[in-house]
Design a binder for this molecule. Structure first.
Ligand code: ATP
Length: 235
């Protein structure tokens, strides 16, 4: 579904991605793990067209998208849920969700999708009139994911959904990501520093160091890998 071929991305003279190759197949949950500054967020921003690569290709269903605008990429169904704090703080939960559906005009199905996200996150249903900025960290993360779902993603791109959340909330959110993947057949690309949780959720994973992919395998094999254990799992 998604393929990155020898992708190189720069910020001015600084090379953040040093020729990375990866793929995400339809129906999978794939995670990208790595330390601070490894280039994980840059990978997401390169895929979503926010920071286009200097060279290499990003293919979505075989079509190059690395030169398309972010809006065109969103229209193809590649939707990024931002890190939780980036919801619209002065808009209500309901209005934030409506923004997620902004590019759609299928009103009846939008209504069903509201029911779907409120079913996934009953907490948001209770707080539908509350301003986004006054939600707890966990609730804001739920809203960020729900807003992305309102755009009907074919490929959902998640940037560190566990950031700053209590362990019990992380477990709940990861369970819901599993449910989204299974029940609505949404393919998921998950960037995470929480390698343990991410690898327990994903089918396959990539390990990134210093702008390069250093390891890739099934998530189960990565969880059992001695180098991954000592560098990322604290075991
Ligand atoms: P973290 O887990 O800490 O968020 P990350 O793996 O997501 O890290 P990136 O944010 O992709 O890492 O950063 C990769 C490298 O690119 C870092 O060295 C960072 O300092 C640099 N970088 C990121 N954004 C910019 C920018 N706007 N301008 C210049 N350099 C940047």
């Amino acid at each position: 579904m998604l393929e990155l071929k020898n992708v190189q991305t720069y910020y001015g003279n600084i090379q953040a991605l040093k020729g990375i190759n990866m793929e995400v197949r339809e129906g999978e949950i794939v995670t990208l793990i790595g330390a601070n500054g490894a280039g994980k967020t840059t990978t997401l921003m390169t895929i979503s067209g926010v920071v286009p690569p200097k060279s290499g290709e990003v293919l979505f269903e075989g079509t190059p998208i690395q030169k398309l605008s972010s809006e065109k990429i969103v229209k193809k169904g590649l939707i990024q849920a931002p890190e939780g704090r980036r919801i619209f703080p002065n808009m209500s939960v309901m209005e934030n969700l409506e923004m997620g559906a902004f590019l759609r005009n299928d009103k009846i199905i939008i209504k069903q999708d509201f029911d779907y996200v409120f079913d996934l996150f009953p907490r948001l249903a209770e707080r539908r009139a509350q301003l986004g900025g006054t939600l707890s960290g966990g609730e804001q993360q739920m809203l960020a994911i729900s807003r992305a779902l309102m755009a009907r993603p074919r490929l959902l791109l998640l940037d560190e959904p566990s950031l700053g959340l209590a362990p019990i909330i992380i477990t709940q959110i990861f369970e819901i990501i599993r449910k989204i993947n299974k029940e609505s057949n949404t393919t998921v690309f998950l960037v995470e520093q929480n390698a343990n949780q991410a690898l327990k959720l994903a089918h396959r994973g990539y390990v990134m160091e210093n702008g390069a992919i250093t390891l890739t395998d099934t998530a189960a094999n990565l969880l059992a890998n001695e180098a991954v254990k000592s560098a990322y799992l604290g075991i």
